[in-house]
Design a protein around this ligand. Sequence first.
Ligand code: PLP
Length: 231
Amino acid sequence: MSAINTRLEAVNQQIQHAIKKYHRDADSVSLLAVSKTRPAEEIALAVTAGQHRFGESYIQEALIKIDQLKALQIEWHFIGRIQGNKTRSIAENFDWVHSIDSVKQIKRLNEQRPKALPPLNICLQIKIDDEESKAGLSPEQAKCIIDEMAHYPRLLLRGFMTLPAPAENLEEQRQPFKTLRLLRDQLATEAMPLETLSMGMSDDLEAAIAEGSTLVRIGTAIFGPRNYPAK
Ligand SMILES: *Cc1c(COP(=O)(O)O)cnc(C)c1O
């Protein structure tokens, strides 16, 4: 058995543990394997082990791997910073985008999503802690976008994503996730349930599941430490 296989199984067990511990519904949390910086061979191994959702952050690197792995059944999620000139590649090659943080990105992705494909699933990235430098929309900006979604028929708004600053312990880790869940509860409507909460990474998976995450984005715990850091 490969190391990836073993680690993938361990992560799935961790998820199941947290689901039970926090009385979440079985199957209410999905695993997104974050494969940025990892070669296509490792992704193929994870597919063999039953993993089918993968997250990528760097578009050039992702496009090569998507092409190399096109024979496999993979759902591709874009989770990195979205540069203006890259929206077409994202619209044409991905199933989901988690890192939307401007109306301009929404307009471009809506225009560029090919008609032959189903609508692109999107999550709005929300800035929870008020750090100037960090990407993400304010709750007010998110509310405006939600009200305008009818103008973007090629996109399907699924929910919110957040990427909080690292915290010391479980209780502290839970705070931003709780804030995001409460915001979702406040802004969700029958027509727009915002059922997806994309939150939790290798180091704060339990806290995220405790607070209602439906999609955890896990890289290091599955593939090991990355060889080059996030740009
Ligand atoms: C890299 C990355 C992850 C995965 O982080 P790990 O700590 O390796 O699990 C999750 N989400 C985003 C947005 C990332 O860029």
